[in-house]
Design a protein around this ligand. Structure first.
Ligand SMILES: NC(=O)c1ccc[n+]([C@@H]2O[C@H](COP(=O)([O-])OP(=O)(O)OC[C@H]3O[C@@H](n4cnc5c(N)ncnc54)[C@H](OP(=O)(O)O)[C@@H]3O)[C@@H](O)[C@H]2O)c1
Length: 273
């Protein structure tokens, strides 16, 4: 009925993909999935060892590249991007996965941690956009996928800073779409619910609709193939949160408070994905 919002990625064989944040969790699972489908994958994150392990035989075959980088270092991001371009003369899909989470409420506000969350999740992406946008615009082809979170839909307990960092990404992705779509460049916003990764392994509460990381990677690949703007999963959880975010504030606060059991100084209640 409706045409897809983005150009569909219909063939992964030889597709040149740069994944930033590929050393564990969602980024690593996506890399495994795309390598299995025949894509060429450049892997970046701070830790080189897991990237090399992940690349495995594909490194010698020239189907994988390893470019360690700290996204907080704008110059290093530029160098890594240039290195990938020199090898492949272009990139068809950039997936920005790098991010961090720390539970925080008003009662335990930690300025240093708050700034670090904002820097990794927001400034890190800006460092990436500084080099990736001119490339995509001059290519007039290709796409960028930004991994955000459903925590960006609306305020949640214990996501005092993580939530706003992801809300910024959701807004930014929409603006990017408006600018890049007319040029034939795709923009995908990926909003996961809870996914089993080292990041959520630290949570000491029951996570609703927790999803295996391999399934999350497959949902992302399907979303790229379908040309979706927003790729969100698992849908039974993400759709419920979308509905909540449409409610008047009085109802939203009452329901979120009740569902999460958020009370002052509670340390074992539901947190944010
Ligand atoms: N798991 C979930 O339930 C969930 C839900 C919603 C959204 N997300 C989002 O999904 C993304 C991936 O999270 P995950 O759950 O897969 O966690 P994860 O396993 O901890 O992965 C985080 C990735 O980001 C990289 N990274 C962190 N800081 C970096 C930096 N300064 N420079 C370069 N790379 C950096 C890490 O690599 P190095 O440590 O090697 O640098 C790692 O590869 C995050 O943006 C997260 O907010 C996760």
């Amino acid at each position: 009925m409706f045409s897809p919002l983005n150009p569909r990625i219909t063939r992964w064989q030889g597709h040149r993909v740069w994944i930033v944040g590929a050393s564990s969790g969602i980024g690593a699972a996506l890399a495994r999935e795309l390598l299995a489908r025949g894509a060429r994958v450049a892997l970046s994150a701070r830790r080189e060892e897991p990237l090399r392990e992940l690349a495995g035989a594909a490194l010698a075959e020239g189907r994988a590249l390893v470019q360690p980088v700290d996204v907080l270092d704008a110059a290093a991001v530029r160098v890594a991007h240039q290195a990938v371009l020199e090898q492949w003369q272009g990139i068809d899909l950039v997936v920005w996965v790098a991010g961090t989470y720390q539970s925080m409420r008003a009662f335990d506000f930690d300025l240093a941690a708050a700034k670090r969350i904002m820097q990794v999740n927001v400034d890190g992406l800006l460092n990436g956009l500084a080099c990736v946008l001119p490339m995509l615009i001059s290519q007039r082809a290709g796409a960028i996928g930004i991994v955000s979170s459903v925590a960006g839909y609306g305020g949640l307990p214990r996501a005092l800073v993580y939530g706003p960092s992801k809300a910024a990404l959701n807004n930014l992705a929409q603006s990017l779409y408006l600018d890049l779509h007319p040029l034939g460049v795709g923009v995908h916003l990926i909003n996961p619910g809870f996914v089993e990764t080292p990041l959520t392994d630290l949570n000491d509460f029951e996570m609703p609709a927790l999803m295996p990381v391999e399934a999350a990677a497959r949902r992302m690949v399907e979303g790229f193939e379908q040309g979706r703007f927003e790729i969100h999963f698992p849908r039974r959880f993400t759709l419920a949160l979308k509905l909540l975010s449409l409610l008047p504030h009085r109802l939203y606060f009452a329901l979120v408070g009740r569902i999460t059991g958020a009370r002052p100084a509670a340390s074992t209640q539901t947190a944010a994905p």
